[in-house]
Design a protein around this ligand. Structure first.
Ligand code: SF4
Length: 231
């Protein structure tokens, strides 16, 4: 990307060169825009958050939220869900699509959690990733949102925003995470990785959408190297 004159940012007195957006300024702007950012998946405990996060793959949080009260009302907790007939769980989850697959995943997850951890969700990255259907992103969501760790959960929105903001060229989530964490540290941004991730997701859903980013309404437009050019 070509270098141009530095410019001032309204959020503070920092001056940054054109190119990658300044992570500290982005963080400040998004914090002002989404002050109470939290996961949009409804949950009452770590188990429900874990299951809801697994269910949210390839669907929306709103759709998951429309079904989890019935799911957890009928099979509350790991022991009940582990013993649930898969076909009945699949029927309940059918509106999400891939009902049988999703049912197999969450029943298997509950069974493994019961067998390996006595039904208690572990606050441990490796232990979570060892559970069926749980990857790095899901483990980060649970450990960040429930256990209070500062961890970036890279989903499709975070990856897209990070690329448009010039923080990474990577598409692999692990590489995106590494680049964004390094950028946040280099720019002296607040170490609120969990909230930064949640705010990037909200911004990606509401403003910087995949197909039609609304740069003209974006609070990051004067910082973003992709303003007006993203597609
Ligand atoms: S909406 Fe436009 S200006 Fe805002 S972050 Fe996305 S690409 Fe950049």
């Amino acid at each position: 990307m070509s270098q141009a004159a530095p410019r001032r940012t309204p959020a503070g007195s920092r001056t940054v060169p054109r190119g990658a957006a300044d992570a500290a300024a982005v963080s400040l702007r998004l914090a002002a825009e989404h002050p109470g950012a939290r996961t949009e998946l409804d949950h009452r405990d770590a188990f429900e958050l874990l299951v809801a996060t697994v269910l949210s793959a390839q669907t929306t949080d709103a759709r998951v939220n429309s079904l989890t009260p019935a799911l957890f009302g009928r099979w509350p907790g790991p022991a009940a869900l582990a013993a649930a007939p898969e076909e009945e769980v699949a029927a309940l989850l059918r509106p999400l699509g891939m009902g049988p697959t999703r049912a197999r995943r969450v029943v298997g997850l509950a069974a493994a959690l019961l067998r390996d951890h006595g039904g208690v969700v572990p606050d441990d990255q490796a232990a979570l990733e060892a559970l069926p259907g749980v990857g790095r992103k899901t483990a980060h969501v649970v450990r960040g949102a429930w256990f209070g760790h500062e961890l970036l959960a890279v989903d499709t929105h975070v990856g897209r925003l990070a690329r448009r903001l010039g923080w990474t060229a990577a598409t692999d989530p692990r590489a995106v995470e590494k680049d964004v964490v390094a950028r946040v540290a280099a720019d002296g941004a607040p170490g609120e990785l969990t909230r930064l991730g949640l705010r990037l997701i909200l911004h990606g859903r509401r403003v910087c959408t995949a197909r039609a980013p609304r740069c003209e309404d974006c609070v990051l437009a004067d910082l973003c190297p992709s303003a007006g050019a993203a597609a």
